[in-house]
Ligand binder design. Structure first.
Ligand code: SF4
Length: 437
């Protein structure tokens, strides 16, 4: 049996594999799978153009960018499969409709101690096989924590339940909610410390990462992110009580464009948050804080309570918050400096991600039209979004609100009963899109 690990054309986020190849943190799961494979096989590595020489090809998808890379690799190289079976797995695998035509087997969730059995044909409730279920009529589960992945911490999941977060709703946490919590534990050895705001403990003048994910307290509570304005003030005020010799760097992620937000409401909420942050600036104490804000648009992730809600690729966030350049200083005070960093993604990338989340099998053709139309890269991004919508390349089911019956990923279940909360949110007026552009 000839097995290989697929190395995709790395068009999106090329830096990730260029610098680390499969040694990076994103591939800890894959390394574990490769180790399992070695118990019976000798896997090789191959490019998509030579998959026809193998019986099984394993492809790891850790992010939305990998969906793009997979589609791009197959469409550009048009490989002869010669009966080779393509298996996809990894933390990024959720809705497989967009990549349906290229793959034969999908594995959801943790795959340790499974891969050899999957190749040998054993059936599991987290494994789809095209030959057995070509219409995706059966129900599949996301397999949960089995044992720590290689080089990983024992902590899995999150103690919080933010309604938009795939991480927490796809992975059951393996530790008590009330017990010890330190989000950064998992990432410590990978220079990727990230803590939830309430767990953020700034003890020295170094770099920290956290998230507010909502400009206003009302918005944060609507998405079940229980961070009050008071706790933001307290966290920053506490820093004045300590004597740091150097600047503290704090990167804070912020989601914009929830269904109830508009360009106007974002502008107003940002002004309020900005004034609150500026009011925390003092002149009498020795404390230096660089606050880096990184914005990302709301994306209704499948299998989360917000999965059926609308996103807003038409809102110009940068304009709303007054971000003139990709990176710029917003406020320079005595103790506090506020910077805007490059947004995580623009409207076209959001559409690509929405395709991954919401595509039906037949949407692959339109996705290809979108990613291979060079003209889109030459025109204004918002005009491009408009063009894609008016030409019907991006249908309303991709970016708008959908119902449970319209769900393109109803073949998949997660450990929690999200359906109940998702239905409640869809019926609640507060979660409705207020303006349709
Ligand atoms: S967004 Fe962060 S804090 Fe919220 S549930 Fe997800 S991982 Fe936890």
């Amino acid at each position: 049996m000839k097995i290989c690990i697929l190395v995709l054309d790395n068009i999106k986020s090329p830096h990730r594999r260029k610098n680390s190849h499969f040694d990076g943190f994103a591939y800890t799961g894959l390394r574990r799978i490769v180790r399992d494979l070695h118990k019976k096989y000798t896997p090789e590595y191959c490019h998509v153009s030579s998959i026809g020489k193998y019986d099984f090809v394993l492809c790891t998808l850790t992010s939305f960018d990998d969906y793009y890379n997979l589609v791009y690799s197959f469409e550009k190289n048009k490989p002869e499969k010669n009966g080779c079976k393509v298996i996809v797995g990894g933390a990024g695998v959720v809705n497989i409709n967009l990549i349906y035509k290229y793959i034969d087997i999908a594995v959801w969730g943790r795959g340790e101690n499974q891969i050899v059995k999957i190749i040998d044909g054993e059936q599991f409730d987290n494994v789809w096989r095209k030959e057995d279920d070509p219409q995706l009529k059966k129900q599949y589960n996301i397999r949960q924590f089995v044992e720590p992945a290689e080089g990983n911490s024992e902590f899995v999941g999150c103690r919080n339940r933010c309604f938009y977060c795939g991480y927490t709703w796809h992975r059951k946490s393996n530790y008590s909610r009330s017990g010890h919590y330190k989000g950064s534990e998992t990432y410590k050895q990978h220079d990727m410390q990230e803590d939830d705001w309430n767990g953020l403990n700034i003890v020295s003048a170094s770099h920290y990462v956290s998230a507010l994910d909502g400009l206003s307290q009302d918005t944060r509570f609507l998405v079940n992110k229980k961070i009050t304005d008071e706790s933001i003030k307290n966290k920053i005020n506490e820093l004045y009580e300590r004597d740091f010799n150097h600047r503290i760097h704090l990167t804070v992620y912020m989601i914009l464009g929830y269904p109830w937000e508009t360009q106007k409401s974002i502008a107003e909420d940002w002004k309020e948050l900005e004034s609150m942050l500026v009011s925390l600036d003092r002149t009498e104490k020795k404390m230096k804080l660089n606050l880096f804000l990184k914005f990302t648009p709301f994306n209704p992730v499948p299998l989360t309570p917000m999965q059926y809600l609308a996103s807003s690729p038409e809102i110009n966030f940068r304009k709303a918050i007054g971000q003139k350049h990709m990176q710029c200083k917003k406020y320079v005070g005595r103790n506090i400096h506020i910077f805007f960093q490059s947004p995580v993604m623009g409207p076209l990338r959001l559409l690509e991600i929405l395709f991954c989340s919401r595509a039906k099998i037949e949407d692959n053709e339109n996705y290809c039209k979108m990613i291979f139309t060079n003209r889109l890269k030459q025109i204004d991004r918002f005009k491009a979004v408009d063009f894609l919508k008016t030409k019907g390349i991006v249908g309303k089911h991709i970016y708008g609100e959908i119902t449970k019956n319209q769900s393109p990923f109803s073949y998949l279940k997660t450990y929690a009963n999200i359906e109940k909360i998702a239905t409640k949110l869809s019926q609640n007026k507060s979660y409705k899109k207020t303006v349709t552009v």
